[in-house]
Design a binder for this molecule. Structure first.
Ligand SMILES: NC(=O)c1ccc[n+]([C@@H]2O[C@H](COP(=O)([O-])OP(=O)(O)OC[C@H]3O[C@@H](n4cnc5c(N)ncnc54)[C@H](OP(=O)(O)O)[C@@H]3O)[C@@H](O)[C@H]2O)c1
Length: 259
């Protein structure tokens, strides 16, 4: 999977933003059924002229549509909206539907993978207990766990579990929804002659996460992708690491504590 993804939550013109993102070099787009822009992402893929096989496209099913039959139907509906033969990664968007439905949804996604409709199955907002539930049910572990993850909300127990179990950690809200006006970020940004968004994206990449910054602003779409020409040093990383506030630092729904 390309290590930098392009988030499209609350992007109401995802077609033109994705086309801009492809120009800027992104090859990975993070969509979801809930974002109501799968069709727009699919259009951008076709209009880009890029090979489908060079792109990595994710979607997700949220808890209100969990369950075995509804997930099978939902996968077909997503494919039809994208007008794709397959999606690269299909995530269970959140763990809020309860144990039985989570596992039924997971089973359906595994079957869609076997049928070639999904290349990879993953989860999102899963805590350690939700991941253990999959293991205890005897299924293959998910390839990915996508969680809120940035300097103020480092989700250490989940990240540690994922790293130990070779589950790729995707970082959502990697640039704290633009709330980066903090002395640590601005001073490190000034030191490297970069902006705070780039510093946060680098911090994520250097920790081995897959950040998914969102922007609907063409200049930011481009600048957020220009993160492979500098490196944070150990001192920068340590200063940012020290900002963790645990769950208090979350700025999104972060439903990792669902029963
Ligand atoms: N699985 C989940 O439950 C879940 C939850 C939330 C998000 N996600 C995924 O993760 C992606 C990223 O998360 P997010 O969209 O919530 O937050 P984010 O990427 O941390 O921040 C996006 C916000 O930052 C602004 N921004 C972008 N680049 C900037 C820059 N260089 N300088 C200053 N501000 C900048 C954007 O404004 P403009 O657009 O106006 O440029 C937007 O308001 C989502 O799009 C979605 O794909 C998943």
């Amino acid at each position: 999977m390309p290590v930098l993804g392009f988030g499209v939550y609350q992007n109401y013109d995802a077609r033109s933003s994705c086309l801009e993102a492809f120009k800027a070099g992104y090859r990975h787009v993070d969509s979801a059924q809930m974002y109501r822009n799968e069709a727009a992402v699919g259009e951008a893929v076709r209009e880009s002229g890029l090979n489908r096989s060079d792109l990595f496209i994710t979607t997700k099913c949220a808890s209100r549509s969990h369950g075995y039959e509804s997930t099978l139907k939902g996968v077909d509906e997503s494919l039809s909206r994208f007008q794709f033969d397959y999606v690269d990664l299909f995530l269970i968007h959140d763990p809020l539907s309860g144990s039985d439905k989570r596992l039924a949804t997971y089973k359906a996604l595994q079957e869609c993978k076997a049928a070639g409709k999904i290349r990879t199955v993953g989860v999102s907002n899963y805590n350690v207990k939700h991941l253990e539930e999959i293991r205890n049910a005897g299924y293959d572990m998910p390839a990915v766990n996508q969680i809120e993850l940035h300097p103020f909300c480092q989700q250490k127990p989940i990240v540690e579990y994922c790293m130990k179990n070779s589950i790729v950690v995707q970082a959502y809200c990697p640039i704290i929804r633009g709330q980066m006006d903090h002395e640590v970020f601005t001073s490190i940004a000034a030191k490297h002659n970069r902006d705070p968004a780039k510093v946060l994206i680098r911090w994520s990449l250097q920790n081995g996460y897959v950040p998914l910054p969102k922007s609907a602003t063409p200049s930011r779409i481009h600048s957020n992708a220009q993160v492979f020409d500098f490196e944070l040093d150990a001192d920068d990383m340590a200063r940012i690491d020290a900002l963790d506030q645990g769950k208090q630092g979350a700025i999104s729904w972060n439903p990792v504590d669902a029963d």
